[in-house]
Write a protein that binds this ligand. Structure first.
Ligand SMILES: CN(C)CCCNS(=O)(=O)c1cccc(Nc2nc(OCC3CCCCC3)c3[nH]cnc3n2)c1
Length: 280
């Protein structure tokens, strides 16, 4: 499938800026479909970093799943050293916005929504871990956080920005990595290691934050944050929520990665709990 050209699209709005660059709402001229493109300036990248970028984008192309933001196309503008990654637009916005709105309104999210987000994000993660097994190694997301989880027009969850985090971690773009690493796992602090179970830790942090409208571990300094994360002690989610939900989130927030449940165990537990969740 030949890649598109910039003039196949028209920019209809600016959504925001991320660690990789700007994110814009676009319309595909041929059929009027609303999409999104993320702009990455690769001018400062080394040849090997550019090759890694190509590899990451090719990984994105393979990920096709209801709960993963769908990749559509990529455009390279060599005259400006710009890469445009075109993906599905999620009109429901991101979970970071949703959490912020509920925090300001002092309004907790419904428990059923939290279970739904858990189920749909874990399905997305299962797809990544599954689809990469036959290509060796698992695709980890590496940057699961509320700002990377979106809602479509029906309130369905879409995990976004796969691979972009890896691009950022290992390239000159990394200097633009901003923000406090609230979701960094104990193993990343203690031995700078990251594996698929670290994504589960991040999902635990995300679900906790959906309940409490704040992360499980907060501190006035990154040193203190690391200490709290590695101790692994956190308050119960608000009493409105069931012990079942608190227990399940606590399983994801085990300090020892090997103590965290397997993805398959979590999905079986959820599919018993959310009967409608079973695929028809
Ligand atoms: C109903 N309201 C509560 C919500 C209104 C919602 N409308 S909105 O204001 O345009 C809006 C707001 C936020 C997101 C989206 N949709 C969206 N955003 C993406 O990335 C955002 C980007 C991520 C990096 C940092 C900068 C922002 C996407 N990436 C792939 N698909 C995407 N879709 C739309």
């Amino acid at each position: 499938m030949p890649s598109g050209k910039l003039d196949d699209y028209v920019v209809v709005g600016m959504i925001g800026s991320g660690s990789f660059g700007q994110c814009k709402k676009i319309r595909r001229i041929c059929d009027g479909k609303v999409l999104v493109w993320k702009e990455i300036n690769y001018k400062e990248m080394t040849e090997s970093e550019k090759q890694q970028l190509v590899t990451e984008v090719n990984l994105l192309r393979e990920l096709k799943h209801t709960h993963i933001v769908q990749y559509y196309d990529r455009i390279i503008d060599r005259s400006q050293s710009m890469l445009y990654i075109i993906t599905e637009y999620c009109p429901g916005g991101d979970l970071a916005t949703l959490i912020s709105q509920h925090r300001h309104q002092r309004k907790l999210l419904p428990e059923c929504f939290i279970w739904q987000v858990m189920h749909q994000i874990l399905l997305a993660l299962e797809e990544c871990h599954r689809s990469k097994e036959n290509v060796g190694g698992k695709v980890m997301h590496r940057d699961i956080k509320p700002a990377n989880v979106f809602l479509d027009g029906e309130g369905q969850v879409k995990l976004g920005d796969f691979g972009l985090a890896r691009i950022l971690h290992n390239t000159s773009l990394a200097k633009t990595f901003v923000g406090t690493p609230y979701y960094m796992s104990p193993e990343q602090y203690s031995c700078n290691s990251y594996d698929h179970r670290s994504d589960l830790w991040s999902i635990g942090c995300l679900l906790y934050e959906l309940c409490a409208l704040k992360p499980p571990f907060v501190a006035s300094s990154q040193y203190k944050l690391a200490e709290y994360v590695c101790n692994g002690r956190f308050s119960r989610i608000p009493s409105k929520y069931s012990d079942d939900l608190h227990w399940t989130i606590s399983q994801l927030l085990h300090v020892k990665p090997e103590k965290r449940p397997l993805l398959s165990q979590l999905l079986s537990l959820l599919e018993e709990k959310i009967p409608l969740a079973k695929p028809p």
